[in-house]
Design a protein around this ligand. Structure first.
Ligand code: FAD
Length: 351
């Protein structure tokens, strides 16, 4: 279910509904659309499924999911994945939707930053607070090295083979990439401003073992300046906590300072917004000002809106009713309960 569709970059992927965002509301939308026979693809910028729940607070307990007195955020995502399994949704991770064009009535062409193109009858924006963007460390002039020597994500490990790598940070991403890139790098240094980490203890122990074996360096301090030419880095100037400086020669720097949420391209899609931040929707259908484009979850606004997961679940159910009219204009929709409808139970694989 989590594999991307094996389709070419130029050939459009055709499906009924494209969901932008694989957070809890996007996931539940798969269920509601699936019950009504609509096929779905989901796109998310992150490398994992689950939106804020998985990225920001996976181990925190949630107490206000109806009928579930206690569940961790990651537990909720896992449960949603189990619930939507019968519908075989396709996931496209680490891709950002950049452009939506109306090419029919309704038919949309949607393009991602990696050049993937979709042709869909309905678009559901479940983009939460927008796109997660890496936090840029406060190093003067860092912009001129971004994309050539400074990277906030690792898309292809091979690109770092035989390089002198400097990883900066003390969270899970910094530690995970230290462990993964250590065997490839010609030299790897992990730099953190203090000796305590916000990462899984097992990763910290493994990193320390590599330091003990002389395979990598771990140093305390903060990058204060970069030196290089034409976008190619030569060295980082590091300030120790006692104020003294030293240099680390390197070809690539990977800063992992966490993520912030920015609205991103949603604002450019020609949809009526509230305060330039939220998609305005009709509360009967959760459709936006553009027929065929819906918005559910944290990204939408209507009078009385609460940014709660349960609100997004309700919105997904109503959205699916209207989406059905676009996907099956000639079919009448009959309201049914999962408890008593054998046809719904067949779709769920329980009958
Ligand atoms: C610490 C914390 C605790 C919380 N506790 C609770 C709680 O107890 N109960 C509760 O109900 N709610 C809680 N919330 C809020 C809850 O997490 C959100 O309401 C919920 O995650 C919204 O779900 P969503 O699917 O709308 O969006 P999100 O979870 O934000 O997911 C949106 C996804 O869309 C992706 N995306 C955005 N733009 C694009 C694009 N252009 N292309 C591709 N992908 C894109 C993002 O990468 C993201 O993964 C909490 C939030 C936080 C931060």
């Amino acid at each position: 279910m989590e594999n991307e569709a094996e389709q070419g970059m130029t050939e459009p992927i055709k499906t009924d509904v494209l969901i932008i965002g694989a957070g809890p509301c996007g996931l539940f939308a798969v269920f509601e659309l699936g019950l009504l026979d609509m096929k779905t693809h989901l796109i998310d910028i992150l490398d994992k499924i689950g939106g804020q729940c998985a990225e920001l607070y996976p181990e925190k307990p949630i107490y206000d999911i109806p009928g579930v007195p206690y569940v961790t955020a990651q537990g909720l995502v896992d449960a949603l994945m189990t619930q939507i399994k019968p519908f075989g949704a396709n996931f496209h991770l680490q891709e950002m939707v950049e452009k939506i064009e109306k090419i029919g009535d309704p038919l949309f062409r949607v393009t991602t930053d990696r050049g993937k193109v979709f042709e869909v009858k309905v678009v559901v924006i479940a983009a939460g607070g927008g796109s997660f963007q890496p936090k840029r460390p406060p190093i003067p002039g860092i912009e001129q090295y971004e994309g050539t020597s400074v990277f906030y994500a690792v898309r292809q490990m091979e690109a770092f083979r035989d390089k002198r790598i400097l990883i900066v940070g003390g969270g899970d991403s910094a530690l995970d990439w230290t462990l993964n890139l250590a065997p490839l790098a010609s030299h790897l240094t992990l730099l953190h401003r203090r000796s305590e980490f916000r990462a899984a203890p097992d990763s910290v122990n493994k990193m320390m073992a590599l330091v003990g074996e002389g395979k990598i360096d771990f140093v305390l301090g903060q990058v204060s300046a970069l030196e290089g030419e034409g976008g190619r880095i030569a060295k980082a100037i590091v300030k120790r906590n006692d104020g003294s400086n030293f240099e680390i020669a390197c070809d690539a720097i990977l800063p992992f300072f966490g993520l912030t949420m920015k609205l991103g391209p949603v604002a450019d899609w020609g949809i009526e917004m509230k305060d330039g931040e939220y998609v305005l929707v009709d509360t009967a259908t959760f459709e936006s000002s553009v027929p065929g484009i819906f918005a559910i979850g944290d990204i939408n606004w209507y009078p009385g809106k609460l940014k709660l997961i349960l609100s997004g679940f309700h919105e997904a159910a109503l959205m699916a009713q209207k989406a059905h009219r676009y996907v099956y204009p000639d079919k009448r929709l009959v309201f049914q309960y999962t408890t008593s409808s054998s046809s719904l139970q067949k779709k769920l694989g329980v009958a």
